[in-house]
Structures are given as C-alpha cells and as structure tokens.
Design a protein around this ligand. Structure first.
Ligand SMILES: [Zn+2]
Ligand SMILES: [Zn+2]
Length: 443
C-alpha cells in the first residue's frame, strides 16, 4: 500500500512510509463546545465516548460517529500525506461506441469544460436520462491529462453497479471500488468508485470529484459526508454533482444563477415524463384499523391484476407493509412486499423483473435504481413526511423508462395534499416544459 493521498490513523500504519512527506495531527481536539473529530467533523458531544484505553493506558476519548472506519481516539493521531501524489496518464482510454442524445451531449461538453478548468457543476438529469454516459468523455479527458478521478456515491449498491460499468468502458485503467469490506480498501487508483464513507481515508487525493445522487440519503442529511468529499479532493480540482432531484436550496441557486448547472430534462426516447395524478383516499390509517383499504386503492390493485400490468405500490412504513401484504395476497397469492431489512430483497426484485410477481409493495428503498420496463406505480399515504419532493419525483421516475414502454400511470393516493406532493408534480411538469421548449420531446 502506498500512502500518497491518504489520511490514516497511526494505528493503521503498519507499513513503512516516507516520513518526510507526512504531517501528524491530533484526531480528537477540544473546542469551546467540547470535543471535535478531525477525521469526520463530528462535534455532537453525544457521539463521543471515553473508555480505559489499552493503547495509552489512560481514560481516552474517541469518536463514535466514524468508528466503522477504525477507532479515532485521543491517543491515535491522524497521519496525513502532504507530499506529491504520483500521476499516471493514459492516452484516450475510453472504449465506447454508444451515442449520446443532444441533451446528453450538451451536458457531456459542460462536464468536460468543468473538469478542464477545475470548476464545479451540477448535472440535473431526469430519472432515466442516462447520466453515467454523460461522464465518459470527461473522465476520458481527465485520465488522458494524468488526473485522478473519484466517483463517489452514497450507497454501496450504486458503487457495485457503477464499478463494472466503468471497468468495461475503461478497460486499460486501474480502477478501485471502495465500500465497507471491499478488497480494494486503501488503494489509490487512477479511477476510484467509492461510497462517501470510504472517502474518510483520503486527503487531497483527487483532481476530479464526481458525487452521484447528491440528494440521496445519507449524504443529504449527513454533513460528515460532504466534509469527506471536501477533504478527499485537491484544493485545485473540479467537483461535479449528479442528481435528478436537487433540494430546494440548490434549485433556487440554479434559478438565480449562483450555481452552475446543466439540465437533461428528457429521456433518450423523446417522450415526456409521466405526470402524477393525485387521488384523495380519505383516512386510510383509520380504515386500516378495521382491516379495510380505501375502495379506490382496492380498485387500482384489482385493475392491475385483471389487466396483468405489473406495478409497485409504495407505502410509508415497514409495519404497515407487513400487515397489508398478507391482506393483498387474498387478491393474488403472488403479491409480495419488500423493505430495507428484508433478507430476500434481491430475490424478490429479480422475481418481479421476471414477471413472476404481479404487484410489489415496497417502502422507499425501491425509489431509486430499480428499473423494470412497463410498470405503473402508486403511493398509498403520499401525504406522509417520508415522501419528500425528491422521493416522490424518484418514485414517479420508475415509470416509462424504456423506449418500448415510454408511458405509464403514476398515482398518489393521499389524505390531504402536501407541499412535497405539489412540488414534485410541479418539478416534473417543469422538466417536460423545458424539454418541449428545447425540442427534446415529440409532443
Ligand atoms: Zn469521527
Ligand atoms: Zn488511548
């Protein structure tokens, strides 16, 4: 293992390294408010603990927030690489013959531009617009210039999906895939795909930092991860954010021109995004106490079973999911439910893809990433706080993604319209309007 571009705990340095190029800093410091962790920026005092430490033989304080990355304690300073990072350049390593849509091409050009000038850029691409391809030319250019590229994603699933795709189009490039338990842990490759957590081991390592699904949990709620992104990239580097659903503040900044952004408002197949319809379903929770569902929801389920059209039904909590699935199985024995802690999650999604499950009831875990052609979606209890604007846009974004089945029904069953529901609908309509204006959709 080479130390360049890293920040490691003293306890992790079991190999010889060039002491000339390192700086040793306290990993836990005292501030007016109490303790602060230099590795992860935690200053929530409840997330510090003291224990009789075997390393220093004293009562020692450590950070609980980043403990999964090794114990960051008072007696275990951080060793930070301050020397040069070796650079390897490739000559046009991209092997890809695909074609970009005009909107993708424009975004791709902007990405190249930002990478070339070490600027930041937000790529705001609707669900199913093909945002990964938009990065290819920029990554190709960066690698040709001897730059180190990191693509950070909030979730391990995304890392596992992206790493092989990139390895496929950049066959000659050394690629590291970093996530909890990965073989590549601690590697410094030319092209790195990493969970945002794993970036805590890197310091000023990357010339190009791309953050995927920047709005997704846990990045959006956890300042630790944005801190990790900032520390892992070089002071003079480019920063590219990708998302389908920027938060309100970012949307405002884009509108006012404070944040540089490029939008891809339409999908490759030139059909508009399906716009959600709202359907009031009364107090469904109260009804459910008598083991009844609103009649409009029952009708929706039956219609789909009769027409043999597959659908996702999103519900707000696991508790409700576990009760409603057996109930719905009376209508059809192959109806299934899936949630985050479900050990059979992968099998169920696969069975759904194969057409063996007519209706999959799910919590928000399937709001992203899962693409199945020709489905409809409904949300039961769309007024619940878990269904934020971004979650609802992502849910609607499951529908009509394939060129063969570019349309479908998106239904929000609710007990009172919320701001999030209205914003989500407006968001989708606005994207369709922009796409029409730019001639990116046919009707
Ligand atoms: Zn910490
Ligand atoms: Zn200690």
């Amino acid at each position: 293992m080479h130390f360049a571009g890293k920040q490691l705990l003293t306890s992790e340095l079991s190999f010889p390294y060039d002491k000339q190029h390192v700086q040793i800093v306290d990993s836990i410091i005292k501030t007016k408010r109490g303790y602060m962790c230099v590795r992860c920026n935690n200053d929530d005092q409840q997330l510090f603990a003291s224990f009789p430490c075997a390393r220093c033989g004293r009562i020692c304080t450590y950070c609980r927030k980043c403990i999964t990355m090794g114990r960051c304690s008072e007696c275990n300073p951080l060793v930070i690489w301050t020397g040069p990072t070796p650079s390897i350049s490739f000559s046009s390593p991209l092997q890809w013959n695909g074609q970009l849509s005009p909107a993708q091409q424009l975004a791709s050009d902007e990405v190249c531009h930002a990478i070339d000038r070490n600027e930041s850029l937000l790529v705001w691409a609707v669900c199913g617009a093909g945002k990964t391809e938009v990065l290819f030319a920029g990554i190709d250019m960066a690698l040709s210039q001897g730059k180190r590229v990191c693509l950070a994603a909030p979730r391990t699933d995304v890392v596992l999906e992206l790493a092989p795709r990139l390895a496929n189009v950049f066959p000659s490039v050394d690629i590291a895939a970093l996530y909890g338990g990965s073989q590549d842990r601690g590697k410094l490759a030319s092209l790195t795909v990493s969970t945002t957590h794993q970036l805590l081991r890197y310091y000023r390592a990357f010339d190009v930092m791309i953050v995927d699904e920047v709005d997704a949990f846990p990045y959006s709620v956890d300042s630790m991860l944005s801190y990790a992104v900032e520390r892992a990239r070089k002071p003079n580097s480019s920063l590219i954010y990708l998302t389908a659903t920027p938060n309100e503040q970012w949307q405002r900044e884009v509108k006012s021109g404070q944040r540089k952004a490029v939008t891809i408002p339409a999908r490759y197949h030139r059909h508009p995004l399906p716009v959600p319809t709202f359907e009031w379903c009364g107090n469904w929770q109260k009804k459910w106490r008598h083991k009844r569902l609103p009649s409009c929801v029952v009708r929706w389920v039956n219609e789909h079973l009769e027409r043999n059209k597959q659908a996702f039904l999103f519900v707000p909590h696991i508790d409700f999911l576990q009760q409603v699935v057996p109930y719905l199985q009376q209508f059809h024995p192959r109806i299934e439910g899936v949630h985050a802690e479900d050990p059979k999650r992968k099998e169920k999604v696969l069975a759904f893809r194969r057409g063996q499950i007519p209706l999959l009831v799910t919590t928000t875990i399937l709001e992203r990433g899962v693409t199945v052609p020709n489905i409809d979606v409904a949300v039961l209890g769309a007024e619940q706080p878990i269904f934020t604007e971004s979650a609802l846009v992502q849910i609607a974004g499951r529908v009509g993604r394939s060129a063969q089945y570019p349309t479908g029904d998106v239904r929000f069953f609710h007990f009172g319209k919320t701001k999030a529901m209205v914003s989500a609908k407006r968001h989708i309509i606005r994207m369709n309007d922009e796409a029409r204006k730019r001639g990116l959709i046919d009707k």
